[in-house]
Design a protein. Structure first.
Length: 277
């Protein structure tokens, strides 16, 4: 029996074992995994830096492989993307995350916005808007409690189409966050064209900013310019107190990272919520 998620050793050994898998075998098992419900979600809190309280949550998919245990999404998302399996998988993730959020609300927990990652393949689906609307209806979750995370490079690549789709999502009441910001070399002023409210600074900059003056300048600049555009900033990958202090000093709104909590399974996340944080 495998304990889900907690056991880091298992996670790392799974990552090593997966290298012995042939691509085809992995693809075959991905198909099977969808049928046999081997996927699960973990939930990582976002914390408001002013109140110190949980202000949101990101859903992150995991694959509980029957032989090798938990497999990191970094290993299987790219393959799922290439093969198109990301479309049914991504829809499963969205439905599960929305349903879970609704369950927490029904249990009387403080309502939170749940962030779900959208891949480029999903974003290019003709029926994206209908799919998202359908999931919200089915799960009885109000749109204001859903946020979609799209990477900077995806939004930029899709240009005009992004503007149209993001506008539709916004009109439905769904917030958009730009993920991995800083890695796509796009100018912040270009971002003004997109109806985007939240910016997530990529964790590579957060990791180095207290040691590398260039990264510190970059993070400061991103925060200042984002605020100038009326956007909220979320720093991801915050692990250390000194990073937290830096971000607080520069008026970053929210943080996400191991400093506060790792991604947790639904039950542990609920316990964290109940502990009043
Ligand atoms: P991401 O969207 O940038 O998610 C943040 C990643 O950083 C997560 O890795 C999270 O566990 C990790 N993380 C959080 N805090 C810290 C920290 O303090 N330090 C460090 N070193 N890492 C931290 P995870 O869960 O392995 O996911 C990796 C990537 O896989 C995600 O990056 C996202 O691009 C993709 N992914 C995960 N779930 C989904 C999904 O449901 N759909 C799609 N399309 N992609 C997903
Ligand atoms: Ca994300
Ligand atoms: Ca990210
Ligand atoms: Ca990154």
């Amino acid at each position: 029996a495998k304990e889900q998620g907690k056991n880091n050793y298992q996670f790392y050994s799974a990552e090593m074992n997966i290298r012995v898998f042939e691509r085809l075998a992995l693809e075959t098992s991905l198909h099977r995994a969808i049928r046999q419900r081997e996927f699960l979600l973990h939930y990582q809190p976002r914390v408001d830096l002013r109140t110190g309280r949980i202000s949101g949550v990101e859903a992150l998919v995991r694959w509980n492989h029957p032989e090798i245990g938990l497999v990191s999404p970094a290993k299987f998302i790219p393959l799922a993307e290439e093969t198109g399996l990301i479309v049914p998988l991504g829809e499963w993730v969205l439905r599960t995350a929305c349903a879970q959020n609704r369950i927490w609300q029904e249990r009387g927990l403080p309502p939170l916005r749940i962030a779900v990652n959208l891949s480029s393949r999903q974003f290019r689906q003709e029926n994206l808007i209908q799919m998202v609307a359908g999931v919200l209806t089915e799960t009885h979750l109000a749109a204001q409690w859903l946020e979609l995370e799209l990477t900077e490079s995806l939004v930029m690549q899709e240009g005009e189409r992004s503007v149209a789709i993001l506008t539709e999502l916004k009109e439905m009441g769904i917030d958009i966050a730009i993920d991995d910001f800083g890695t796509g070399y796009s100018s912040l002023s270009y971002l003004k064209r997109f109806p985007v409210r939240n910016l997530k600074i990529d964790q590579s900059f957060i990791r180095d900013m207290t040691r590398d003056p260039d990264d510190a300048t970059l993070v400061r600049t991103i925060i200042t310019m984002a605020h100038g555009l009326g956007m909220k900033v979320i720093a991801e990958g915050v692990e250390l107190e000194e990073q937290l202090d830096f971000l607080r000093r520069h008026q970053c709104e929210e943080i996400q990272g191991y400093y506060f909590s790792q991604p947790l399974d639904a039950e542990k996340f609920e316990q964290l919520l109940r502990s009043g944080k």
